[in-house]
Design a protein around this ligand. Structure first.
Ligand SMILES: Cc1cn([C@H]2C[C@H](O)[C@@H](COP(=O)(O)OP(=O)(O)O[C@H]3O[C@@H](C)C(=O)[C@@H](O)[C@H]3O)O2)c(=O)[nH]c1=O
Length: 175
């Protein structure tokens, strides 16, 4: 696994170290030891799938508040997404900054999102699947979000939005 810190403090891109041969390649998607060596979370409590039918679908931006804050580790085994993280940690040097990367089936890239950051994604092609781990159980009472078009962040999304939940259009302005 190859770890690259993003411009958001404590958030990492995790790429597969591809060991290739004439059949294709082999690589690790998860290794508790390598995560621990990097000082990253190792406790996986849930693994979730999200499937979106249409390109342009936007989900997010979501996070869980303390005491149920969680790390998420996201990848895209089918299709492609533009995945955004926003730093909501008031004591962070990158507070209110955002960062985006493309996660695709072809690049097999993962995004490690620390506690206190919200994440959301827009699908870039039809029939896209994301698969992600969380370090905390789902607690609906702690689950919340910030709006994709909140002027506090001014996130650039790549496509016209073709589908979004009512919840995700209604998160209040961030203060
Ligand atoms: C996250 C989650 C949702 N649910 C339920 C709540 C709701 O009825 C239904 C669909 O939930 P949502 O509309 O929140 O699904 P979705 O918009 O796909 O939510 C996801 O968005 C991305 C950006 C994330 O970061 C994820 O953590 C998750 O919040 O599933 C669970 O039962 N368990 C869970 O762990």
């Amino acid at each position: 696994m190859e770890f690259t810190e993003t411009p958001i403090a404590g958030a990492y891109l995790i790429d597969v170290n591809r060991i290739g041969d004439d059949r294709g390649f082999f690589g690790r998607l998860w290794c508790e030891q390598e995560m621990a060596d990097m000082g990253l979370a190792t406790c996986i409590r849930q693994s979730n799938i999200g499937v979106s039918a249409r390109a342009g679908t936007l989900r997010g931006l979501h996070f869980q508040r303390t005491p149920h804050a969680e790390v998420k580790i996201i990848r895209c085994p089918r299709g492609a997404v533009y995945d955004v993280i926003v730093d909501l940690r008031r004591d962070s040097p990158t507070f209110k900054q955002w960062f985006a990367t493309e996660l695709t089936a072809a690049n097999a890239r993962m995004l490690y999102i620390p506690e206190g950051c919200a994440t959301g994604y827009q699908t870039l092609v039809d029939d896209t699947e994301i698969y992600y781990h969380t370090t905390e159980f789902y607690h609906p009472e702690s689950a919340t979000g910030v709006r994709y078009d909140d002027p506090a962040f001014a996130i650039d999304w790549p496509l016209e939005i073709t589908a979004i939940s009512d919840n995700d259009t209604q998160w209040p302005d961030f203060r």
